[in-house]
Design a protein around this ligand. Structure first.
Ligand code: 3E9
Ligand code: MG
Ligand code: MG
Ligand code: MG
Ligand code: MG
Ligand code: MG
Length: 365
């Protein structure tokens, strides 16, 4: 890796798991991407080699196979948008143009029968996904999925504005927008659908449960920034990665930015584990399943992130770690100095610290 940045094994206390039908799911996703002509022919052939079905199979290791397949197809579709439309396409530097195109797309997700975007392959793929989501979702979950897509779309417009101005965002803005532009929140309705339940809004929308979900987004996207650093730092438009943001805002060398980003994600991981355990102890069985799958989402993104050709790029090896570590580099219970998220540390009353000897968390005096 350039600049002497070598991504070390990251702290991963969540056990790995994978759906037993992962090979069939991955194969079907390849067929789906080809049937719907997702992306340009060149992008499509790259995407189908990224084992995206395997990623979905890790996110929902015990989920309904049909929903795991919807998730896999949805993720390949999201990459069709994120890579094809935003990062590699002309609209990626044109926020105003992107708003129009993504708003039309959102209408397809909401009302798949509308006679719009008739010749658009991504719209056809989205129509198919919407019909299949509808077979497993309640009306509330469908609405939630559309709303999450809107927040993802809003955040990629913000990304486009940084590309158009060739500017690096502040750490606080980056953290806030990364909660959405990693397309993590759009996955959450599928976690519920994968196990055939609907989490009660009083639980899902409680501040503590939302904080737990946001912590999962943070860990998944900080990890992605580490694992995709090699791929992204080689592009012409390298502005949106936490390592770049930290180098820019705090005048750090790349290796120092790496250490800081790892410490940030470790602190959030420690907090996530404490909050998850606390919520699981008092929550409904549905909430326990939801928290379990926030964990499999985090771990699945890690196992996939260090092994997918998307990030290992065998033609130009990224030198990613092949293992994880079972202790954090930073176990501080102090909030991160990032105003958008420092409130996460107020959700839990007690102060506990990680005990490396037995891998548990205990209250300290
Ligand atoms: C955005 O981050 C990646 C999403 C838009 C792709 C779809 C992925 C998911 C829905 C699940 C979340 C998983 C992650 C973030 C790995 P970015 O940095 O553009 O992703 P890249 O793969 O290009 O590094
Ligand atoms: Mg492969
Ligand atoms: Mg992106
Ligand atoms: Mg990307
Ligand atoms: Mg339905
Ligand atoms: Mg990335």
């Amino acid at each position: 890796m350039e600049h002497g940045v070598i991504v070390p094994p990251v702290f991963s206390p969540i056990p790995p798991a994978i759906h037993p039908r992962h090979e069939a799911i991955n194969e079907r996703t390849t067929q789906w991407a080809r049937a719907f002509s997702i992306g340009s022919p060149e992008l499509r052939e790259k995407l189908v080699a990224h084992d995206i079905g395997t990623f979905a199979a890790r996110v929902l290791p015990e989920g309904r196979e049909e929903v795991v397949s919807i998730l896999a197809d949805f993720i390949i579709w999201l990459f069709g948008v994120d890579d094809g439309l935003c990062e590699e396409g002309e609209l990626g530097k044109d926020p105003a143009g992107l708003v129009g195109e993504l708003s039309r797309m959102l209408r397809i997700a909401q009302n798949p029968e509308v006679p719009m975007l008739a010749e658009n392959a991504l719209a056809a793929g989205l129509r198919d996904l919407r019909h299949r989501v509808g077979r497993h979702a309640t009306p509330g979950q469908e609405a939630r999925w559309v709303d999450a897509l809107r927040e993802y779309f809003l955040s990629v417009v913000w990304e486009a504005s940084h590309r158009s101005q060739e500017s690096v965002p502040s750490l606080n803005d980056y953290t806030l927008m990364r909660l959405y532009d990693g397309a993590t929140s759009v996955v959450l309705p599928l976690l519920e659908m994968g196990h055939g339940y609907e989490l009660h809004p009083n639980e899902r929308d409680s501040t503590a449960v939302r904080a737990a979900a946001e912590m999962a987004y943070f860990i998944i996207t900080w990890d992605n920034d580490l694992f995709s650093y090699h791929k992204e730092s080689r592009t012409q438009q390298y502005y949106l990665n936490v390592l770049r943001v930290l180098e820019h805002e705090q005048q750090l060398a790349p290796a120092e930015a790496l250490t800081r980003a790892v410490a940030q994600r470790d602190r959030v991981m420690c907090l996530f584990l404490r909050l998850r355990d606390e919520l699981a102890a008092t929550g409904s069985p549905q909430l326990r399943q939801y928290l379990e799958n926030l964990g499999t989402f985090i771990r699945g993104a890690q196992d996939w992130g260090i092994s997918s050709h998307r990030y290992t790029t065998p033609e130009d090896p990224a030198g990613l770690p092949s293992t994880f570590r079972d202790t954090p580099t930073d176990d501080s219970g102090e909030p991160l100095d990032i105003p958008a998220v420092s409130w996460w540390w107020d959700v839990l009353p007690e102060r506990e610290t990680f005990q490396p000897a037995d891998g548990a968390f205990r209250t300290t005096a």
